[in-house]
Write a protein that binds this ligand. Sequence first.
Ligand code: NAP
Length: 272
Amino acid sequence: MEVLSVLGTGTIGSNVVRAGLALGYRVIATGRSEKTLLKAKEIGAVALRDNASAVSQADLIVISVKPQHFTELIKSIPRTFWKGKTVVSVMAGVRLDTLSEAIRDANLFRAMPNVNAVVNMSATALSGSSAGKDVVEALFRQLGVVYWITEDLMDVWTALVGSGPAFISEIVDGLILGAVASGMPRDIAHSAVLDMLRGTVENLKAHRGHPIEVRDYVTTPAGTTIRGLKAMEERGVKAALIETIEGSSKRASELGKIVDEKIRRELLDAER
Ligand SMILES: NC(=O)c1ccc[n+]([C@@H]2O[C@H](COP(=O)([O-])OP(=O)(O)OC[C@H]3O[C@@H](n4cnc5c(N)ncnc54)[C@H](OP(=O)(O)O)[C@@H]3O)[C@@H](O)[C@H]2O)c1
């Protein structure tokens, strides 16, 4: 049986563990605290504190610790243990170049899932070009859909798809409040907005044209929709959304640089 080791069984890690179990892997999941190890066991993995042992036993390895814990993790694993393994990092901001400084002779990939992995509907970006693409893709497909992108698009992916669920939740909240302001009970508004969103997604997917075509189909002259659209225009909603993604993407890039440079410095110090 193939072995998957998940190093760091937190929010993302535990979903990767579930994905591996569903694919029939024997899964080893690591953590530092009793709480994490217990959770790993409950999900059905072999829980270990020893990351080196987890790496040595595995064919496929997913690194899902926070970036600030990466150097400490790397230091606990002999370099030769990585040889020939397929390794995926889900750590935000840590570049493939930097990973390859720490992990030599392995097939390296980056993955950027989003929080919708908890309902198996993540849209996950994958980067990397080494052998092992198929197994990496199959693993993340268990969590939703997968896109192969070039690494230079990871920051905007992080903004659009990583932070996207927060932006959409904010918009959903605004729509609910608007309905409540117009006299609808909150629970009905909440459920109705989610159903309307789901329907709109399916409609947009089926239509495949520009979103504006669907918008215009609903917009009758002097009707209710154009009144709402006018308010959105006056309040600059579209400009705000463009700035939301642009700003968030810039921040992802800034944070990525900080995280990446810090890890590079720590790795150099560890070598001395
Ligand atoms: N959350 C998201 O939506 C999301 C999306 C995309 C990417 N990411 C990336 O995914 C990674 C994990 O994020 P998360 O939200 O899942 O974080 P999290 O819930 O804090 O999980 C991190 C886990 O790593 C464990 N850990 C830390 N140091 C360790 C070590 N030396 N050995 C073994 N386990 C160790 C922690 O266990 P203990 O508490 O027991 O130490 C914890 O369970 C991050 O790098 C983040 O950038 C997250």
